[in-house]
Write a protein that binds this ligand. Structure first.
Ligand code: CA
Length: 172
């Protein structure tokens, strides 16, 4: 069962452009619910229900501009046509480092470990709450955003880091 608790409604995604999230999930109700929830959080969401279509879409992503690049993929494992693990392997074969949050109905520890061992950034077992999904997406996006900060945008003086574009400094 899916928890119907309200998702976070307070802080929206604090990004210059809306982060783009691809949701690949064949259960219509769940995919729509995830889509609506993430859109409410301020993200741009692309929904796909079929593994082959998703794979074709990801192949077409090789040539898109920075603005159109995906920032996160929410990936179900059990999909028609092409399964989630094969999609994931294709991404990494492409040397595509977009963070991937795997969704799975599989509950055994082996499957969970497998998901993480193939290099998924995070793993969520169904059923899960939308709050948890949003929190995990947000954490992955934050980490990716930090990794993508151009070197020139960060200056360091002894133990103080200055992030120019964000008008922010932090002391380590
Ligand atoms: Ca499925």
């Amino acid at each position: 069962m899916l928890s119907l608790e309200a998702p976070f409604s307070s802080s929206k995604a604090q990004l210059t452009k809306n982060a783009r999230i691809l949701v690949i999930e064949d259960e219509d109700l769940l995919r729509n619910f995830i889509g609506v929830t993430l859109k409410e959080e301020g993200y741009d969401v692309i929904e796909m229900s079929d593994g082959q279509n998703a794979l074709n879409f990801l192949q077409s992503q090789e040539t898109v501009s920075m603005d159109e690049m995906l920032d996160l993929i929410v990936l179900d494992l059990m999909l028609p046509q092409v399964n989630g693990l094969d999609i994931f392997r294709f991404l990494r074969y492409q040397v595509n480092t977009v963070p991937v949050l795997i969704l799975s109905a599989k509950v055994s520890e082996t499957d969970r470990v497998l998901g993480l061992e193939v290099g998924a950034d995070d793993y969520l077992t169904k059923p899960f709450s939308m709050r948890e999904l949003v929190a995990r997406c947000r954490a992955l996006l934050r980490r990716q955003q930090y990794l993508n900060v151009p070197q020139t945008a960060v200056k360091q003086f002894k133990d103080v880091m200055i992030f120019n574009e964000e008008c922010r400094a932090c002391v380590s």
